[in-house]
Design a protein around this ligand. Structure first.
Ligand code: BTN
Length: 243
């Protein structure tokens, strides 16, 4: 398979999207030691210091409808969570839709970007940022209160190459499961690994904000939140777990 390794790049997602638009094969990987404009969800940045994390993007060309893109992100969250728990023994869980948290702090973020025409996916780039060996003191102001690293949680340095290999193996295995059996097994595993379900959450959507009890995710991967006025289906936005 194609692996594109950069010492420094603007964003591995940008590089992967260019390769995908140029026709690269499915499974093409972009990985960098550092990103100078790493990107997060909701137009945020992503802190990506040299040699301290895994800044990784993978090109998929799934034979699914564009409607299934959100579930591909949940699939990636399940795969990465398996890998970080296996390698770092960190006791991490998934916060809807696709953050991985340890002790209430974020160690992994996932950014999915898609190009689709009509009802077919051209490509999906799934970008994963794993805070591996970052000293917590290094996190810049705005994320210092909410982020941590696997090394900080485990109390020792984590071998990046081993984790990288494990992530790719788990992604491949989860993707094969989805292709062979559909999303149901992956969604079931997502629910088992979830730290959101059963919790009171604050939802900040594009056009509404509310509080309720996160009870389930549905077959589309939407979060179901029970409020005084009924059950809300949340497909996008920010969800924070109430302390
Ligand atoms: C988030 O939680 O907001 C998503 C963060 C995604 C970060 C990764 S790092 C590799 C890839 N390249 C990027 O520019 N972003 C993703």
């Amino acid at each position: 398979r194609e692996i594109h390794y950069f010492s420094e790049v603007d964003s591995t997602n940008n590089a992967a999207k260019k390769l995908a638009a140029g026709g690269c094969p499915e499974g093409t990987i972009v990985v960098a030691e550092a990103q100078n404009t790493g990107r997060g969800r909701l137009s945020r940045g992503w802190f990506s210091p040299y040699g301290k994390g895994i800044w990784l993007s993978v090109v998929f060309r799934p034979p699914f409808s564009p409607m299934d893109a959100a579930k591909c992100t949940l699939m990636a969250a399940v795969a990465v969570n398996r890998a970080v728990n296996a390698v770092a023994g960190a006791g991490c869980g998934i916060k809807w839709p696709n953050d991985i948290l340890c002790n209430g702090r974020k160690v992994v973020g996932i950014l999915t970007e898609m190009s689709a025409e009509m009802d077919a996916i051209n490509y999906i780039v799934i970008g994963m940022g794993i805070n591996v060996n970052i000293d917590p003191h290094e996190f810049p102001g705005e994320i210092a209160a909410t982020a941590t690293s696997l090394a900080a949680v485990a109390g020792c340095q984590i071998p990046r190459l081993k984790l990288f290999t494990e992530i790719l193996a788990e992604l491949e295995s989860a993707y094969n499961t989805v292709k062979n059996f559909g999303f149901a097994p992956v969604l079931a595993e997502w629910k088992n690994q979830s730290i959101t379900l059963g919790q009171q959450v604050d939802v900040h959507g594009i056009d509404r904000s509310f509080t309720g009890l996160a009870t389930d995710i549905d077959d589309d991967g939407a979060l179901l939140v029970t409020t005084a006025s009924g059950v809300a289906r949340v497909l996008a936005g920010d969800v924070s777990i109430r302390p």
